[in-house]
Ligand binder design. Structure first.
Ligand code: MG
Length: 395
């Protein structure tokens, strides 16, 4: 039995993770559930899954949660600091980081320091502090298993591509991976794939929130519409798989059936295909290296028919270009971009700015915010707060 801490259990990834735990209750236990503000949903989940403890990040809701669960032997904690403490609990095997945005950084670090396996659904952690996180994971010999569908596809494609090496005495000295020459990172293209730049001027949050293939939370759906999500996934892939940005080729693939692919040095390409269903990558992160049964629709290639691939339009999707520039620049530039993006993403959802202001304001943050070539964790925390304030001021 693996005990799982789900950070962000009431969100889209969190609830689908609980579907998997429900389907494989003999394999997995929901040991910790946490939410930011979704009090009712958290209480309902806690009553069903009876975890060891729950955390409500917004302390204002502590009394409501504690009172609602007082008849059950469930510990209730509140606050951001509690998130960092519960992930270190001895019995936790896997920490699923499914919270939104920069808030995932500190609990992820705490979990790595406690040597917990990370099922990473919070890509912003690697976008902001990929260098720091991957170094820390290597130091503590902790596995970071991707939950993002594209990165899971890449991970599934490279599984089995490492071979044992022996010294002259026949002793196993380690495993050498076959080298990746290129990653084909697929993207649906989002709801505005066919729009002209002119038409994109007037799009609304309601239009952007209608994703053609995937059911996701509001923040990531807007990031998908701007393709900032794909840019962040490029940075995420860079850190997870140790490749350079120029080795990552975004392919717009409107059918969302090829979830991404890897090209090796000999030109061989391996991909993972399937219907768009986040439960598979979530479950694979839990069950790796095993595969377990999973209910649901199966891929029907006859019904799918032709699969299409297009180059992304970097003029139209400036956010994708921004991500490549930030990755190239390094230092805290991805942190600046992420913080600015979190503010403008929300502002767009609230109707405070137009669609084209999103990339424009992020670019302004890139030139005006403080650049740090070799940031520490404290630099990231300070810089994130500074940039948010800066961009908030322009709104
Ligand atoms: Mg993805």
């Amino acid at each position: 039995m693996k005990r799982i801490a789900i950070l962000g259990s009431t969100g889209s990834i969190g609830t689908q993770a609980l579907d998997i735990i429900r389907e494989h209750s003999e394999e997995y236990e929901a040991y910790i559930l946490t939410a930011n503000n979704s009090v009712e949903k958290l209480i309902e989940q806690a009553r069903e899954f009876q975890p060891e403890c729950v955390v409500i990040a917004n302390e204002a809701h502590y009394d409501t949660v504690a009172k609602a669960l007082e008849d059950l032997p469930i510990k209730v904690f509140a606050g951001a600091e509690a998130l960092c403490q519960v992930v270190q609990m001895e019995d936790v095997d896997i920490v699923l980081t499914a919270m939104v945005g920069f808030s995932g950084l500190r609990p992820t670090i705490a979990a790595i320091e406690a040597k917990k396996t990370i099922a990473l659904a919070n890509k912003e952690t690697l976008v902001v502090a990929g260098e720091l996180i991957t170094a820390l994971a290597a130091k503590h010999q902790v596995a970071i298993l991707p939950v993002d569908s594209e990165h899971s596809a890449i991970f599934q494609s490279i599984t089995g591509e490492a071979f044992p090496e022996f010294d002259t005495n026949g002793q196993l000295t380690g495993y050498r991976p076959n080298r990746i020459s290129r990653i084909i990172l697929t993207a649906s293209g989002g709801p505005f794939r066919k729009y002209t730049l002119e038409e994109m001027k007037d799009v609304t949050a309601a239009q952007a929130l209608k994703h053609p293939n995937w059911e996701m939370g509001a923040k990531i759906t807007i990031d998908s519409a701007t393709m900032m999500n794909k840019g962040f996934e490029m940075i995420e892939a860079k850190w997870l798989f140790g490749v350079r940005p120029e080795q990552i080729d975004v392919h717009v693939h409107p059918e969302s059936i090829v979830h991404s692919a890897v090209e090796f040095e000999d030109g061989g390409v391996k991909a993972q295909l399937g219907v768009p269903d986040m439960r598979l990558p979530i479950q694979y992160a839990f069950s790796y290296p095993q595969r377990l049964s999973l209910s649901g629709e199966r891929l029907d290639l006859f019904a799918a028919g032709a699969l299409h691939f297009e180059r992304p339009d970097m003029e139209k999707f400036d956010c994708l270009k921004i991500a490549y520039e930030a990755a190239e620049c390094g230092g805290n530039m991805p942190c600046i971009v992420n913080a600015a993006n979190e503010i403008v993403n929300l502002a767009f959802r609230k109707g405070r700015i137009g669609y084209l202001d999103i990339a424009r304001l992020i670019r302004r943050a890139m030139t005006e915010a403080r650049f740090i070539e070799h940031p520490t964790l404290q630099d990231y925390l300070d810089n994130d707060a500074e940039v948010r304030q800066l961009v908030e001021g322009w709104l």
